[in-house]
Write a protein that binds this ligand. Structure first.
Ligand SMILES: [Mn+2]
Length: 243
């Protein structure tokens, strides 16, 4: 039986040694029982480019390379690590996925995505997303020195933190119409995403058929988990990260 694991929103950084150790334990434990591992974005709290020479960057690359030697590891960009590129993938052996990817399983096709593109009520965020994810911004960022990029990343984080603090909670969640439109566009009724840090399994009706939206947990909360999908039955199981 094939079990597929999904994680997102680890937000690893040089300032989170305990989280980094948890990731190491996860990759050397539960991950090895899976047929494949999908990381649905925001693995890093900030990724300033594949040429980042920091020991932290090298440490995580080594962890992923070890894991990728045992099972296929797939990665989707989040809003914190959209600068992660082909060089990183080559160095670690992980596979980069497009922002919206349909995973075919014997049970059903599952749409995988980071999830920030579904938060359409937050128009200010969507505008910023479009700008940051543009080839022009990426080129501009990669032309900066590493210290300049670190400074820019800190500035973006600070601005985003201030903006989030000023917004009502509900506009930072996904928009149900966007969820349904995205499912129809990909002809799926099952979806897994992260980003919102609101772990849950939402069941609803889509055009008269049962539909599911599973939301992954961020790793900072106690009781955080990975999702394990039985690809034959479609059963989802939470695998605890801590303890
Ligand atoms: Mn995110």
């Amino acid at each position: 039986m094939a079990h597929i694991l999904f994680i997102s929103d680890l937000h690893l950084s040089p300032a989170t040694p305990e989280l980094n150790a948890q990731f190491r334990r996860f990759l050397r434990g539960p991950a090895l029982t899976a047929s494949s591992l999908y990381i649905l974005g925001d693995l890093f709290d900030a990724w300033i480019g594949d040429d980042d020479p920091s020991p932290f960057s090298a440490e995580v690359k080594n962890l992923l390379a070890d894991a990728a030697a045992h099972l296929p590891v797939y990665f989707q960009h989040g809003n914190r690590d959209f600068l992660l590129g082909e060089v990183f993938a080559r160095e670690t052996g992980i596979h980069l996925l497009p922002d919206e990817y349909v995973l075919e399983t014997p049970f059903a096709p599952w749409l995988l995505l980071h999830g920030d593109q579904l938060c359409t009520d937050d128009t200010e965020y969507q505008k910023a997303r479009q700008l940051l994810r543009s080839p022009a911004f990426k080129a501009q960022a990669m032309a900066m020195s590493i210290p300049q990029r670190l400074e820019k990343a800190a500035e973006i984080r600070r601005m985003s933190g201030e903006a989030m603090a000023a917004k009502p909670e509900n506009i930072m969640d996904v928009n149900q119409d966007a969820v349904e439109e995205t499912m129809r566009r990909h002809q799926v009724r099952h979806m897994i995403h992260g980003h919102t840090h609101r772990p849950s399994l939402h069941e609803f009706s889509l055009d008269g058929q049962p539909a599911q939206r599973a939301v992954l947990a961020d790793w900072k909360i106690p009781g955080s988990f990975a999702l394990r999908l039985d690809s034959n039955s479609g059963d989802l199981l939470s695998i605890p990260i801590q303890g």
